[in-house]
Design a protein around this ligand. Structure first.
Ligand code: CA2
Length: 147
């Protein structure tokens, strides 16, 4: 059995769809999980979908992915812009990984223009809402299957 794809979500993403819909839309994280699972089933890959508000927990899960996942999708939320610990964990990952953001951070406040994640992942998808997750799943399945 192939290893699952890990989808890891960071702080406040559990609030999606409940506040600030003008920025983040109406889709909840539970909706995104359902969409991601149906995409993964269609592509024949298992999915592990998680969310935490705690930086150390996110680091633990990236380390777990190194051993137990086939690839990683990470929306690190605000830790994207601050976390050297996540940067270091991702550097050691040695798996295809895609950074996803619902919004386009480069159209927002200057403090969101720096990502500690981008330099240590395979690619970045941002600014197209929740569909960024399913596009990332499709891309990673293609990358995993590539010789
Ligand atoms: O656009 C994204 O996906 C972000 O990762 C979302 C983060 C933000 O800090 C990043 O700069 C970009 C925020 C997570 C969601 O925060 C919410 C706060 C209140 C209500 C709903 C969501």
């Amino acid at each position: 059995m192939a290893k699952p794809l890990f989808v890891i979500n960071g702080p406040n993403l559990n609030l999606l769809g409940t506040r600030e819909p003008e920025i983040y839309g109406h889709t909840t994280l539970a909706d995104i999980e359902i969409q991601s699972r149906s995409c993964a089933v269609a592509l024949g890959i298992a999915l592990e979908f998680r969310q935490s508000n705690h930086e150390g927990q996110l680091v633990d899960w990236v380390q777990e992915a190194r051993l137990s996942a086939s690839a990683l999708i990470l929306n690190a939320g605000a830790y994207t812009h601050t976390s050297v610990a996540l940067h270091d964990a991702l550097k050691a990952l040695q798996l295809p990984a895609i950074e996803v953001h619902i919004t386009n951070p480069y159209r927002r406040e200057p403090f969101r223009h720096t990502s500690y994640v981008s330099p240590v992942v395979t690619g970045v998808i941002c600014g197209i809402g929740a569909q960024g997750y399913t596009l990332a799943i499709q891309a990673l399945v293609t990358l995993i299957k590539a010789p």
